[in-house]
Design a protein around this ligand. Structure first.
Ligand SMILES: Cc1cc2nc3c(=O)[nH]c(=O)nc-3n(C[C@H](O)[C@H](O)[C@H](O)COP(=O)(O)OP(=O)(O)OC[C@H]3O[C@@H](n4cnc5c(N)ncnc54)[C@H](O)[C@@H]3O)c2cc1C
Length: 492
């Protein structure tokens, strides 16, 4: 084995979470090696959030133009995918090139290593024939990759994952989407609005199965209005592919055909590739188990999708800030209380960031590092209408034995919903803990459902008493004013 290169911290995987941790620790003056085998930034900027939202922005413009009829005259719309593909290629992904992102990291003082890394014992990571030894610890931000269900014949076909769907330059004439979760629905609606004949096949009894049933109904109705065929309760049993395209057969004999097949049934962390056995961690689990400071072991942290705490960029960023604070706290304690930016003269202004991060751990004890708390985890499905949700659904709350109160109002019965005129089925649903007198969950569906959600996230996060929420002033006539209406309808 090559002589190990001694550094302060090694970050394996520079997706959203890893890049944030590595960059901020480097800015704080630590010597940080960031290892990435594909593109710095990970799934979100190249094949996830950003390009998919560019697609949605374009598809929603088409839908909005079609709403001119009856509201503001007439409009003729001729969808064209070329500008969307161009924007994704040129503006979002630089042609799937991460030079800018690598530079962003090295400008912060980080050392970048391209390659696939693997743990090789405590504090040690091997990348090809190079070996790095970390003085203070390792952060694993290795994310997930698409996982396909064990359907007969599927693996031998050229099916699409999110990557091919995002990179597509010319749209197919028809598309089968296997998986009716958030990503499946978002992409299905986009392609349908651009004229693709889309069929969604979902194994559960409803699409968006993790959200409130009312949200599933509205989302399904919206997609159907865009011409999407939705089949729920279908267990895919077999997939065939030939020159004519794909045929998907359900366990009950149903058949669906299309030119292309997009599989978006979930994602998987590849723990078996990380060398976890060399540090005594079980690699047979689905995700890396972490505590509330994101520790896997004393000197190994994990961040982002690999922790299984919710596959969202905002979770990866939230966890990253905790990991940064905790690593700096750990460094400080290991050095007997010294500022980790002992390289103050080298990093100059960056010392400020190390010191300010130290606010959360300035006592030198881990007790002052913030703990991860997912009670108020927001999630948004960017269909039109948007489905925003936070905290527990009604069913989850009831299953926990909570004394539940539910409030509900339709946006169409609010002034703004009525003015808006396009009744998309939008609503606000509130789930309250009657004993505590606080909201523990909420769903906001509508034209700006994800934005309206923000007030509800604050309410759940800060456990704002219902009495105070009732006495708030809600601007007129906004969509979020419907929250007041929903509060008024809270009942057991
Ligand atoms: C189509 C789509 C749409 C999405 N939309 C949204 C959205 O709107 N909002 C939202 O919040 N989230 C969205 N997400 C989810 C979001 O992209 C992820 O939650 C986020 O990318 C997770 O970041 P991460 O750092 O944990 O992992 P990743 O982004 O997956 O990054 C992990 C990195 O680690 C690297 N890596 C893995 N193993 C190794 C190794 N052994 N050595 C070196 N490098 C390694 C990988 O190459 C990768 O670059 C979407 C996802 C998809 C697929």
């Amino acid at each position: 084995m090559a002589e190990p290169e001694l550094v302060d911290v090694i970050v394996l995987g520079l997706g959203v979470g890893g890049e944030e941790v590595a960059g901020r620790l480097a800015e704080a003056g630590l010597t940080v090696v960031g290892v990435e085998r594909n593109l710095v930034g990970g799934e979100c900027p190249y094949w996830g959030c950003i390009p998919s939202k560019m697609m949605i922005r374009a598809a929603n413009a088409i839908a909005e133009a079609r709403r001119v009829d009856g509201l503001a005259g007439t409009a003729q719309v001729r969808p064209d995918w070329a500008p969307v593909a161009k924007r994704i290629r040129e503006e979002a992904t630089d042609g799937w090139d991460d030079r800018v992102a690598v530079q962003r990291f090295t400008d912060k003082g980080g050392r970048f290593v391209r390659g696939s890394g693997r743990l090789a014992g405590p504090g040690r990571v091997r990348v090809g024939d190079r070996v790095f030894q970390a003085r203070y610890g390792i952060v694993l931000g290795t994310g997930t990759t698409p996982s396909a269900p064990p359907v007969d014949g599927l693996a031998d076909t050229p099916y699409w994952t999110n990557r091919e769907a995002i990179e597509v330059e010319e749209l197919p004439e028809s598309l089968l989407v296997l998986g009716g979760g958030a990503i499946g629905l978002e992409l299905a609606q986009v392609f349908a609005r651009f004229g693709v004949r889309v069929t969604v096949v979902e194994a559960s009894g409803r699409v968006l199965a993790v959200e409130e049933p009312e949200a599933s109904e509205v989302a399904a109705a919206a997609l159907r209005a865009d011409g999407v065929q939705i089949h729920t309760g279908v267990r895919a049993a077999r997939v065939e592919h030939d020159a004519g395209g794909f045929t998907l057969r359900g366990a009950d004999g149903e058949g669906f055909t299309a030119e292309r097949l997009l599989v978006v049934t979930g994602r998987r962390a590849h723990l078996d590739e990380l060398g976890l056995d060399t540090i005594g961690v079980d690699a047979s689990r689905r995700y890396l188990p972490v505590d509330d400071r994101l520790h896997v072991t004393d000197e190994v942290w994990a961040v982002g999708d690999v922790t299984g705490e919710g596959a969202f960029t905002h979770i990866a960023m939230y966890q990253a800030s905790i990991v940064v604070a905790d690593v700096l706290d750990h460094v400080r304690r290991a050095d007997g209380g010294a500022d980790p930016s002992g390289t103050a003269s080298v990093v100059g202004g960056a010392v400020g960031s190390a010191s300010s991060l130290a606010v959360t751990g300035s006592s030198g004890s881990a007790g002052s590092v913030p703990r991860a708390d997912y009670r108020a985890l927001p999630r948004v499905t960017f269909t039109d209408p948007e489905v925003g949700a936070v905290g527990l659904t009604e069913q989850q709350a009831r299953e926990r034995g909570i004394n539940v109160q539910v409030g509900f109002t339709k946006l169409s019965s609010s002034t703004r919903g009525w003015i808006h005129k396009t009744d998309d089925g939008g609503f606000i649903k509130l789930v309250a803990d009657a004993d505590q007198g606080v909201l523990i969950g909420a769903t906001s569906v509508g034209p700006a459902g994800g934005e309206v959600l923000s007030g509800l996230v604050v309410a759940v996060h800060a456990a704002v008493p219902l009495a105070q929420l009732r006495h708030m002033i809600y601007a007129y006539p906004t969509f979020h004013r419907a929250i007041a209406e929903a509060l008024g309808s809270l009942s057991s």
